[in-house]
Design a protein around this ligand. Structure first.
Ligand code: SAH
Length: 211
């Protein structure tokens, strides 16, 4: 069914009907964080990636929903994101793990500032945006309960696996520059288990352990 997507509530309703948002907790987080704070224009509630400058994009809402549901977040979890971009994905995660803090690394300094401004507008206080190469992870804050990359690497960066805590989960798009597969890595009892999810398209992760 065609739906008018002119408010954040419309967007959440659409994602819910398509079963992309499945849990009440994720639905509440999406309702609480208005995507309009993170990208300008009246298209901001459409289910599509949108430009945020510097050749980068805010991910499509369905992809944010799929990844957030998959992460199975609970209050107090320590989370690292690679690729802050607009700050939207980090804000949604932060709402779910509050009062714990989300760390998000971004390589483009101007986007660090942009994300900080958007997070302030949205009233999200438990996100720390750091400038740097996230393909190294964030050793000084490791281990993490969850790590999510919203940019695509040619293979799973080893530092991200190493920085997963026990029962930790990593989600990372892996593949070429045009098309990737979403890979899930879990660490259980010292064993590393790798699972494939569906296809996806993300901007490349540029850095030491990436493109
Ligand atoms: N999560 C974002 C989507 C970001 S797009 C959102 O919700 O809006 C991917 C981002 O990853 C871009 O901003 C890009 O600059 C950044 N990026 C690419 N390689 C990176 C790296 N090695 N370390 C940190 N950020 C990186």
């Amino acid at each position: 069914m065609w739906m008018k997507l002119s408010t954040n509530d419309d967007m959440v309703e659409y994602l819910n009907r398509k079963h992309l948002i499945r849990s009440d907790a994720v639905k509440r987080a999406f309702l609480q964080v208005d995507r309009g704070h993170f990208v300008e224009g009246k298209e901001c509630y459409l289910d599509t990636p949108l430009p945020i400058g510097f050749g980068q994009t805010i991910s499509a809402p369905h992809m944010v929903a799929i990844m957030t549901e998959e992460l199975d977040l609970r209050k107090g979890m320590k989370v690292l994101e690679i690729g802050a971009g607009s700050g939207y994905q980090a804000a949604v995660i932060a709402t779910l793990v509050d009062p714990a803090k989300v760390f998000t690394v971004e390589r483009v300094p101007e986007l660090v500032d942009r994300a900080n401004r958007a997070l302030e507008r949205a009233g999200v206080k438990n996100v720390e945006v750091l400038e740097g190469d996230g393909s190294n992870g964030l050793p000084k804050e490791a281990p993490f309960d969850r790590i999510i990359a919203t940019c695509a690497a040619p293979d799973v960066p080893q530092p991200l696996i190493d920085q997963l805590g026990e029962e930790g989960m990593l989600l990372v798009p892996v593949g070429g520059r045009g098309y990737q597969e979403l890979i899930e890595i879990t660490r259980i009892g010292g064993k590393v288990v790798r699972r494939k999810h569906g296809g996806c398209v993300f901007v490349p992760m540029l850095g030491k352990h990436a493109h």
